[in-house]
Design a protein around this ligand. Structure first.
Ligand SMILES: [Zn+2]
Length: 233
């Protein structure tokens, strides 16, 4: 039986918050750790400095991703809370004006003037603040991400992504380390691109192309810098 809940679950938008953070984090983890490792590998002929750089990069990257996500989501949350409080005050101070604003919003969505006003009146009677928060401010339950959850998701995704190139630095032959890192990373990025495109409902080929081109640029530049350092050390 179709219910509103399982019907809504079918839509990609409902998977967006955690997916976006997870894919971005994993993508960052793979590209930044493999680029770091490729850069060091281009300048070094032993395994230890490459693996060490990968581990240090992984710890630093995971913590900074988590911290960045926590700060950005909590400041978004603070802004929304302040907006909701101001809206509640405006509703108290000028209910008539607020009712007109709500009716105008529904009119712009295509309702006739009379129907829009009627809908605004009925929704105001049921839950005035809820109607304004949802329809005037555009704040829905779904857009209220949890800062700790987002930080954990981002830090974990970065770590999961970054562990893959780290494993390559531990097991690939040192003399062809850069090529192994590049090859494996492109495979990881193709898998990630496919997962994110499939679950997000977007074009798989485009997603793969986008992610591998950026990965190649990042790794290429890091290798070049590492090579320059290698020649001069
Ligand atoms: Zn309002």
């Amino acid at each position: 039986m179709i219910t509103i809940d399982n019907y809504l679950d079918n839509h990609y938008i409902h998977r967006s918050n955690w997916l976006r953070a997870a894919v971005l984090g994993a993508n960052d983890g793979i590209i930044s750790i493999s680029s770091l490792a490729i850069g060091v590998a281009a300048a070094s002929s032993t395994r230890a400095p490459i693996a060490l750089a990968a581990v240090a990069g992984l710890v630093a990257g995971a913590l900074s991703m988590a911290a960045g996500e926590y700060v950005s989501v909590s400041s978004q949350k603070k802004n929304k809370k302040a907006d909701i409080e101001r809206e509640a005050k405006e509703l108290e101070e000028m209910p008539e004006v607020e009712l007109q604003i709500l009716a105008e919003i529904y009119e712009r969505r295509g309702l006739t003037k009379e129907t829009a006003l009627q809908v605004a009146k009925e929704l105001t009677a049921v839950d005035a603040l809820g109607a304004h928060v949802r329809d005037e401010l555009g704040i829905t339950e779904m857009s209220q991400a949890n800062p700790i959850q987002a930080a954990l998701a981002s830090g974990t995704a970065f770590t999961v992504g970054g562990i893959l190139p780290l494993l390559v630095t531990l097991f690939a032959p040192v003399n062809i380390m850069e090529y192994c890192l590049y090859g494996c990373t492109i495979i990881f990025l193709i898998i990630l691109g496919t997962i994110s495109a499939k679950t997000g409902g977007s074009n798989v080929k485009k997603a793969i192309l986008r992610i591998t081109v950026w990965g190649t640029i990042a790794m290429g530049l890091s290798a070049f810098v590492g090579y320059l350092f290698g020649v001069n050390v």
